[in-house]
Design a protein around this ligand. Structure first.
Ligand SMILES: Cc1cc2nc3c(=O)[nH]c(=O)nc-3n(C[C@H](O)[C@H](O)[C@H](O)COP(=O)(O)OP(=O)(O)OC[C@H]3O[C@@H](n4cnc5c(N)ncnc54)[C@H](O)[C@@H]3O)c2cc1C
Length: 415
């Protein structure tokens, strides 16, 4: 078959590579000049930078892990134990916060444990704000869960649903929490995804480039038209493709193809947020990520690129991290050192190295989410020749491994 894949992110590249391996004639269309989508890396002043957020790899799906290591061999990856922290009241508390209460000031810890033990009473709430309190108890919710989620979503939590949280957020039981208080060795307080891989050289771009190897990719080729003819699909006025797989964000489709009015209305109602990341130099640390729940600071998270691989930059003495802020915030670049409202001064951030804006960062699961995506997905399911795939192609909060798994399943379906 002749197949067009729209978008050279992890989803599009995985599908294209698997289809090519099965003997199909595949052309990938990508609007940027390099592959990777959100999973990109570039070097600035010799520093490694994943501009759309640090991208680490882990998966509980063995077929995905095996496939990734077949594309970029395991010896090319650094294996790391997560050492994430929450910056809370001026101290570094281990992640997950709710299993590290023994690191808090005794009065705070007592409140958190007390409320956690009383949690999960009554019916499970369906809005995200109440659900956080119901699950973790009032003290943990007020101190950490609610402010952190208010920052990362920048959307009213009471207007978000909760179904999508299943499997995304660690949800320890009361017994697990009590055990964590009694354990002497903090290393035993582990949750899923406590280890991960990151390429030793070249950042996550190394994985992406390895997947893209040998594929026919048209770069600098934004999709301008998708038309159906008697012989198949024409993309940007060319080709006669038997199948199309679209991984580009759903809101782009009504601009380039004919869709029923009701589907366009559902697409228009989809919610998402955007992100600014900024790479800065700082003292070297062994922290992998730092969560910053306090509303005193605009950034909600810092990913330390210098802990992902030893080959992160020009200096072995100095580290580097990328802060994340929701929204378009380029104004912070020039006078970063003086902006104490961005990150706690204690982190010792020094000079700004690079920054980037990401329009499509997080899918927001608002109250209309389910209704909108069900209508959109069932419309495309009825079409056997045009398939949607990926985080933005299907409007689903998925990490790289689940995007790869979906691509694998779609390829099986098409074969
Ligand atoms: C801050 C952040 C941190 C993350 N960290 C991790 C992590 O640590 N580990 C992990 O597994 N996952 C992580 N993810 C999730 C991960 O980024 C996604 O699961 C994955 O990259 C999605 O791939 P995709 O191909 O579906 O979408 P994208 O990466 O968005 O790819 C879509 C592609 O389509 C192209 N495109 C868009 N519009 C057009 C157009 N009109 N014409 C042509 N091409 C177009 C884009 O340029 C892009 O290349 C993170 C996401 C974010 C936002």
């Amino acid at each position: 078959m002749k197949i067009a894949v729209l978008g050279a992110g992890v989803s599009g590249l995985t599908a294209a590579r698997l289809l090519k391996d099965k003997g199909h004639e595949v052309t990938v269309y990508e609007k940027e000049s390099t592959p990777g989508g959100l999973a990109r890396t570039r070097y600035t002043q010799g520093y490694l930078y994943d501009p759309h957020g640090g991208h680490i790899f882990n998966s509980k799906h063995p077929e995905v892990v095996d496939w990734v290591f077949s594309v970029l061999p395991k010896e090319k990856w650094q294996f790391t134990e997560r050492n994430a922290k929450v910056f809370f009241n001026g101290t570094y508390v281990s992640y997950p916060f709710e299993l590290s209460l023994c690191e808090l000031d005794i009065d705070d810890a007592v409140e958190c444990v007390h409320d956690f033990i009383l949690s999960k009473e009554g019916p499970e709430p369906t809005n995200f704000r109440d659900w956080l309190t119901w699950n973790f108890g009032k003290a943990i919710a007020d101190a950490y869960m609610i402010p952190y989620n208010e920052k990362i979503w920048a959307y009213p939590l009471e207007d978000m649903e909760t179904e999508w949280m299943q499997g995304k957020m660690p949800l320890p039981t009361k017994k697990e929490m009590i055990k964590s208080m009694l354990l002497k060795n903090p290393k035993e307080r582990k949750m899923p995804h406590s280890t991960f891989y990151y390429p030793i050289d070249g950042g996550i771009q190394s994985m992406v480039n390895a997947i893209a190897q040998g594929l026919t990719i048209k770069y600098d080729a934004p999709i301008s038209s998708i038309e159906k003819s008697d012989k198949g699909w024409r993309i940007n006025g060319e080709g006669e493709f038997d199948r199309v797989i679209s991984t580009i964000p759903l809101p782009e489709l009504p601009q380039v193809m004919e869709l029923p009015e009701n589907i366009c209305a559902h697409i228009k109602d989809l919610k998402f947020n955007s992100l600014t990341t900024m790479l800065f130099s700082c003292p070297k640390t062994d922290i992998t990520w730092l969560y910053v729940p306090s509303h005193d600071y605009r950034s909600h998270r810092v990913g330390y690129q210098s802990t992902l691989t030893p080959n992160y930059g020009p200096s072995k003495e100095e580290g580097c991290g990328a802060l994340e802020i929701i929204g378009k915030q380029f104004d912070i670049a020039p006078d970063f050192a003086d902006r104490k409202d961005i990150l706690p001064e204690e982190l010792g951030f020094k000079k700004v190295i690079d920054s980037e804006f990401t329009k499509y960062a997080y899918v927001i699961h608002d109250k209309n989410y389910r209704k909108n995506v069900t209508a959109i997905r069932s419309y495309f399911e009825n079409d056997k020749t045009f398939k949607i795939l990926g985080r933005w192609g299907t409007w689903n909060y998925k990490n790289m491994d689940l995007c790869m798994l979906d691509a694998m399943n779609l390829v099986k379906e098409l074969s």
